[in-house]
Design a protein. Structure first.
Length: 193
C-alpha cells in the first residue's frame, strides 16, 4: 500500500492536492480536520470534546487522535478498494509520528513519503481568510488562524527534521497553480510507489 503523509501549515493546500492524489493514484483520504468536524457536527461526545480544542486552535490529544485514525484507516483499507492512504493533518507532533508508524507497522504497512507543502506565512493567512469568507468555516478567522499557525510552527515543524533523517521528507514549493504544484508532487510519488 502507498501510504503518504501530506504535511504543511494550515492553508498550504493539503486538501486540494490530496484530491488530485486520490484521483491519480487511487488512494483513500484521511483528513483529521474532516473527521473531527464531522464528529463535532454530529453532536457526539467526541465531537464536543474535539470542538473544545479546535475552537481555541489547539491540537486534539495524541491518544485520542491515534485511536480515531486507526479505526478510520481500518475502515478505508479493509475492503481492498484502495491502493493506499493519504494522511492529511496527521501526524502533527513527533509522538504522533511515532504512533502512526507503530499503528501502520502493526498492520504490516509503512509510510512511503511525507510531502511537505512549503508556503510563506503571509500567503497562508490570505488563503485562510479568503477560504473563511467563501466557506463560512468559523475557524478561518484571523485570531484562530494565527493560533493554528503558532501551534504548527512550534509543535509540528520538528516533524520535518524527523522525516528528513528517515529519508522520507520531500519538500514541495507550495506556490504556483494547483496543476504546477501537483506536477511537483507527482514526480515524488512516481519515484516512491
Amino acid at each position: 500500500m502507498l501510504n503518504i503523509v501530506i504535511f504543511g501549515a494550515p492553508g498550504s493546500g493539503k486538501g486540494t492536492q490530496s484530491e488530485f492524489l486520490i484521483e491519480k493514484y487511487e488512494l483513500a483520504h484521511i483528513s483529521t480536520g474532516d473527521v473531527l468536524r464531522a464528529e463535532r457536527d454530529s453532536g457526539s461526545e467526541l465531537g464536543k470534546l474535539a470542538e473544545s480544542y479546535m475552537s481555541k486552535g489547539q491540537l486534539i490529544p495524541d491518544e485520542l487522535m491515534v485511536d480515531i485514525l486507526a479505526s478510520v484507516y481500518d475502515q478505508k483499507t479493509q475492503k481492498g478498494e484502495t491502493k493506499g492512504v493519504i494522511f492529511d493533518g496527521f501526524p502533527r507532533t513527533i509522538p504522533q509520528g511515532e504512533a502512526l508508524a507503530e499503528m501502520l507497522e502493526e498492520r504490516g504497512q509503512k509510510i512511503a513519503a511525507v510531502v511537505s507543502l512549503d508556503v510563506k506565512e503571509e500567503e497562508l493567512i490570505t488563503r485562510l481568510i479568503n477560504r473563511g469568507k467563501e466557506s463560512g468555516r468559523s475557524d478561518d478567522n484571523y485570531e484562530t488562524i494565527k493560533a493554528r499557525l503558532d501551534v504548527y510552527y512550534n509543535q509540528t515543524s520538528p516533524l520535518k527534521e524527523k522525516y528528513e533523517k528517515e529519508g522520507k521528507l520531500y519538500q514541495i514549493e507550495g506556490l504556483g497553480t494547483k496543476d504546477q504544484i501537483f506536477a511537483r508532487i507527482s514526480e515524488v510519488i512516481d519515484k516512491v510507489k
